[in-house]
Design a protein around this ligand. Structure first.
Ligand code: ZN
Length: 253
């Protein structure tokens, strides 16, 4: 078996376990509960889970989406979060192998998955996630002398702050802090791609909602920032190359 395949498989397993941790964070952080104590318990009967209830994705499938003790329904969000974190980690490992990029992108992806969850359920992105990720990513940038990362963090943070001020609160503080983490992970070039992609996808949906008469309903921007970050992470270099070629073509014409 090729090395990339082994790395991707190991990272899928690791990602699904971190996805299970993400589920705990998504449920507990907005409720201001500790993420380490008490140990995982059923949200219905509060009984602590046995280890075979904790296997990512598999437990949910075997128990058919129900608690093994009280039969309470476990939302499909749980295996979905585990699966998507696993797939993201695997794709990153496949592309970047054993490298600092893989570590940085997996860390960011975990923070993004949790942010999407809490932003959709509680319209907030906890500081522990955004600033916690930013602190670790900033430290990695410092010890690897990656000035492009620090610049990326500064650019995205200032850009979103500017929009927040200009739109008088149209952009939340959580989004700005998440932007800092995204910029630190991606570096300044990809951070700009991420911002453009986030506004593009967010803009399309906002226009769609306006056209369907759903005016005035604030869109949580966290999921779009996350989508933008992943687009930049996986496709950014190609998008930049396309953009430059297109600009040169138009300029020559
Ligand atoms: Zn239960």
């Amino acid at each position: 078996m090729k090395m990339e395949k082994i790395i991707a498989a190991v990272l899928f397993l690791l990602g699904s376990i971190f996805g299970s941790f993400a589920n705990v964070c998504i449920w507990r952080l907005p409720r201001e509960e500790s993420i380490v104590w008490p140990p995982s318990h059923c949200i219905h009967c509060q009984k602590p889970l046995k280890f075979w209830h904790l296997l990512p994705i598999i437990s949910w499938l075997i128990l058919r989406g129900k608690c093994g003790m009280c039969g309470g329904k476990i939302p499909v969000r749980y295996p979905l979060v585990e699966l998507s974190t696993g797939v993201l980690f695997a794709l990153i490992g496949w592309q970047w192998g054993l490298s600092v990029e893989t570590l940085v992108y997996c860390l960011l992806s975990l923070a993004l998955v949790i942010s999407i969850g809490t932003d959709l359920s509680h319209q907030e992105i906890p500081d522990q996630v955004s600033l916690g990720a930013a602190a670790v990513l900033g430290l990695i940038a410092l010890v690897t002398f990656n000035w492009g990362s620090l610049l990326g963090g500064a650019i995205l943070f200032s850009l979103l702050l500017l929009i927040a001020v200009a739109s008088r609160g149209g952009m939340g503080g959580g989004d700005i802090k998440l932007g800092l983490a995204i910029g630190l992970a991606l570096g300044w070039r990809l951070a700009l791609v991420a911002a453009a992609a986030a506004f593009f996808t967010g803009g399309i949906l906002a226009v769609g909602m306006l056209l369907r008469g759903k005016k005035g309903k604030a869109l949580p921007f966290g999921p779009f920032l996350a989508a933008g970050a992943w687009i930049a992470m996986f496709l950014g270099d190609n998008l930049i190359a396309c953009y430059i070629n297109l600009s040169l073509l138009l300029w020559a014409w």
